[in-house]
Design a binder for this molecule. Structure first.
Ligand code: N01
Length: 537
């Protein structure tokens, strides 16, 4: 705040131009007629998809569900080309929506917010940007997403490597070639699992450094046919209501049958069919996968057998199936030829639990047992998820109290939407909301709609501030903890859902595991009850 640039004034400032920021901008400007500006650090719209453009980057929600459902017109005008949308197609889609809704004039690109201060006196927020520009607004809506702040492991010598270094979460906006190169990749989460088969197509040698094996289900991606669109257009209402009814925001419900309670032959039949169909729906083949450990083990064993059938080398198959957490308790991946890739002569798998990385040297990676010479290292090591991108904005609320200080033992929110001591600041898909456990555009739609109705209510009542009450926030966080405890999620004690992948982060299960459908009902009830748990002034 050292420069003397003048402040510019808006009723609401939105930070982030991904799905959430774009929908929120449309709603506040076009439904409520607010004077609103959206700030985005990148030089294009897309949010996490702007940065996550690594080879093979693709969403694993199905295309026709990974989009905005607030407008039938938009749904009918856009035609997805494949079952799952590629990163490129998602960017095209978000640009299409931005133009179609004429949002660009309210978006300022290449503008990173570095600091946010609440003024008790002015009852408004000051956003200070990297270029020194300052914006004052009554409301700030954080639409920074859950998976934007990249996480690099602190391996000794990381900066000494002389070759190329990339992170899947901030992949360069130019072509990267693997031909003629020895490539090493660290990380076998969704990003690594998608990137590995593509990199292996052209790299001279690919070495995969795996710490924890992840469960992956075949995606069975395919081109969509004209017939699909014709049927889709007839069934938009049906899809919308199915997604609203589901706890995960996908258009299907898990049948109320137990894995363990189903005879083996019938169970195998159901699972084989789901495996052949591919996709996240596999997890929903039964109703108790995430709540009954015995059922979960049977699912895990089924997957183990499938992997052993695909992977020819027994030792490699063993490393890939040595799971240490129940299926689905870390985000399961979808893949295209992931396990098959390990049958290629030039692809090596190193179990870095058995053979830990000692250091990164100028010419490669040294493990306990060997030195691997590399031309390129790719970190597919994930994110400082859910809270990382929020806290990087250095937010200070009432009386100058910092959000980082308030969240030092883990994030605290009311409904994931607001924090006590931080009036007029909202989070879309914040910690304590279902967010990453769901089909994201559905969670975003719920949060954006709720915030918009809330601001409309405030306008009608002539309120100028809203703030979550401490008691309501504490009770909500207790409920978030209870909801997680009813599931098997906490058995994966090193997952990013718990923040366990970032060393200095408190270990707290961050998303709300009670289901998006239940969450929506709770939020609606609170709104109908004159926004109980919030104070207005
Ligand atoms: O990140 P991750 P991601 N040394 O955190 C390993 C979404 N997404 O970018 O499991 C060695 O899942 C780490 O090992 P471990 C999706 O929600 C969606 O892949 O911690 N390895 C793990 O293997 C997803 O869940 C899509 O032991 C280290 C990997 O790096 C989320 O983004 C596509 C390490 C990180 O996996 C994140 O996925 C892509 C270290 N020091 C992403 N530190 C789709 O929709 C970490 N690792 C398809």
């Amino acid at each position: 705040m050292t420069n003397s640039k003048p402040e510019r004034f808006y009723e609401a400032l939105i930070i982030g131009a991904g799905f959430s920021g774009l929908q929120q901008l449309h709603y506040l400007r076009d439904k409520l007629g607010m004077r609103v500006l959206l700030l985005e650090a990148a030089d294009g719209v897309g949010g996490t998809w702007y940065w996550n453009r690594y080879p093979g980057a693709r969403c694993d929600s199905e295309s026709h569900t990974y989009c905005f459902y607030f407008s039938d017109e938009l749904l009918k005008e856009w035609k997805w080309s494949e079952r799952y949308p590629s990163q490129k197609e998602i960017i095209k889609y978000l640009n299409f929506v931005t133009d179609r809704l004429d949002l660009r004039s309210n978006i300022r690109l290449k503008t990173r917010v570095l600091e946010l201060f609440y003024s008790d006196k002015k009852k408004s927020w000051l956003s200070v940007c990297e270029d020194g520009d300052k914006f004052r607004s009554q409301f700030v809506i954080s639409a920074v997403g859950c998976l934007s702040a990249t996480n690099y492991p602190s391996i000794p010598g990381r900066d000494n490597f002389k070759g190329e270094v990339y992170h899947t979460g901030s992949w360069p906006h130019r072509d990267i070639y693997f031909e003629g190169k020895n490539v090493g990749i660290l990380g076998t989460g969704s990003s690594g699992i998608q990137a590995i088969p593509i990199i292996a197509e052209t790299a001279t040698k690919l070495t995969v450094f795996q710490r924890t094996p992840n469960y992956s289900i075949p995606a069975r991606n395919t081109a969509l046919k004209e017939k699909f669109f014709d049927e889709f257009k007839q069934n938009i209402t049906h899809f919308r209501s199915q997604m609203r009814a589901a706890r995960h925001g996908h258009p299907w419900l898990a049948p109320n049958i137990s894995v363990a309670g189903t005879p083996k032959s019938h169970r195998d039949n159901i699972l084989n069919k789901a495996w052949d169909a591919g996709g996240l729906r596999f997890r929903e083949s039964f109703g108790d996968t995430l709540t009954n450990l015995k059922s979960n083990e049977l699912m895990a064993n089924f997957i183990r057998k499938k992997i052993r059938k695909i992977v020819k080398n027994k030792e490699t198959a063993k490393i890939l199936t040595n799971f240490d957490h129940p299926f689905g308790t870390k985000r399961p991946a979808l893949d295209t030829n992931y396990y098959q890739t390990f049958n290629k002569e030039h692809v090596d798998l190193i179990d870095i639990r058995e053979n830990p990385i000692q250091e990164i040297t100028p010419s490669g990676i040294t493990t306990l047992m060997q030195q691997i010479n590399l031309d390129m290292i790719i970190f597919a090591t994930g994110f400082d998820a859910i809270t990382g991108s929020i806290l990087r904005m250095n937010i200070c609320g009432k009386r100058g109290v910092s959000l980082a200080e308030c969240w030092k033992d883990g994030p605290q929110t009311y409904l994931g939407l607001q924090v006590f001591g931080f009036p007029n600041l909202f989070f879309i898909t914040g910690p304590g909301s279902p967010s990453v456990l769901t089909n994201m555009p559905q969670s975003i739609d719920q949060n954006v709609s709720w915030i918009t109705s809330c601001l409309s209510y405030m306008k009608s009542k002539k309120f100028s501030t809203i703030e979550a009450n401490k008691k309501a926030m504490d009770e909500w966080m207790e409920h978030v903890g209870d909801a997680a405890a009813k599931t098997l999620f906490l058995k994966a004690d090193h997952s990013w859902y718990l923040g366990a992948n970032v060393s200095e982060k408190p270990k707290v299960f961050m998303p709300y595991a009670g289901g998006l459908n239940s969450y929506r009902k709770i939020c609606d009830k609170i709104a109908q009850n004159n926004y109980g748990g919030f104070s207005f002034a």
